[in-house]
Design a protein around this ligand. Structure first.
Ligand code: DX5
Ligand code: ZN
Length: 230
């Protein structure tokens, strides 16, 4: 683990007010976000369409933070070049969506970008195990992807613990990221204790009622003093 004990918070812009997207991304940046999580949905791999390249570019122009780009796209290879722009960006593909996962992972790495692989709640650790040594991030979905505001599925915690053990045993560098249903409560705490070092949060950060500075502070406070896997 290379996070030095720091747990990263990645607000998901899917829950932001798109009429004020730039402002919302800036607010999250000013409030101490570590990454900006960007959800790309193709209406095929997941039953919903979000947005594409032009919106990602707009997010990029609104922050200096790395973008944590979550591609919920069936066979993403064809579209990968349009999302691999800034050097600091992290590209996350789904294990279930890639027929040749090793090839896709190698391609993104070869282009000099950080690579992550996501697994759905029903997908076992074994789906990612053979490429784990090459990854910067393994993303454990804590909801079935497609929508924000769903309820955290506690059964995925065991999977995080198993991944943590494998990564630590082999000295791999992959960080564990959790996405879906994370709030400033036991969900964030349990995910960190199970070994996650990157927390994605959409509706918990952009709730349309409170300033992002307040929701970010609450999220940070909820995990204060916790160590990943501790
Ligand atoms: C769900 C997306 C998530 C979503 C999380 O398919 O991948 O990133 O934005 O939203 P919350 O935090 O509201 O569950
Ligand atoms: Zn996501």
């Amino acid at each position: 683990m290379d996070s030095g004990g720091h747990i990263q918070i990645a607000p998901s812009v899917l829950a932001a007010d798109f009429a004020r997207l730039g402002q919302q991304v800036k607010a999250a940046t000013d409030a101490g976000a570590d990454l900006i999580h960007v959800d790309i949905m193709d209406g095929q791999f997941v039953p919903n369409i979000s947005f594409g390249e032009v919106v990602v570019d707009a997010v990029r122009r609104s922050t200096h933070l790395p973008l944590n780009i979550h591609l919920m796209i069936q066979e993403p290879d064809r579209l990968l070049p349009s999302f691999m722009k800034a050097d600091s960006d992290q590209i996350i593909v789904h294990a279930e969506a890639c027929t040749h996962l090793h090839r896709t992972v190698s391609y993104v790495k070869q282009e000099g970008k950080q690579i992550g692989v996501a697994i759905n709640p029903g997908t076992p650790v074994s789906a990612v195990e053979e490429v784990l040594q090459f990854l910067d991030i393994v993303l454990v979905m804590a909801v079935n992807p497609g929508f924000g505001g769903q309820v955290f599925i506690p059964a995925v915690l065991g999977k995080m613990r198993r991944l943590r053990r494998i990564i630590d045993e082999h000295g791999y560098v992959a960080q564990i990221e959790v996405d879906g249903g994370i709030k400033a409560d036991h969900t964030a705490q349990d995910a960190v204790r199970a070994g996650s070092t990157i927390l994605v949060a959409g509706t918990a950060i952009f709730n349309g009622q409170e300033p992002v500075s307040r929701t970010m502070a609450r999220m940070r406070a909820s995990i204060q003093g916790l160590r990943a896997g501790g």
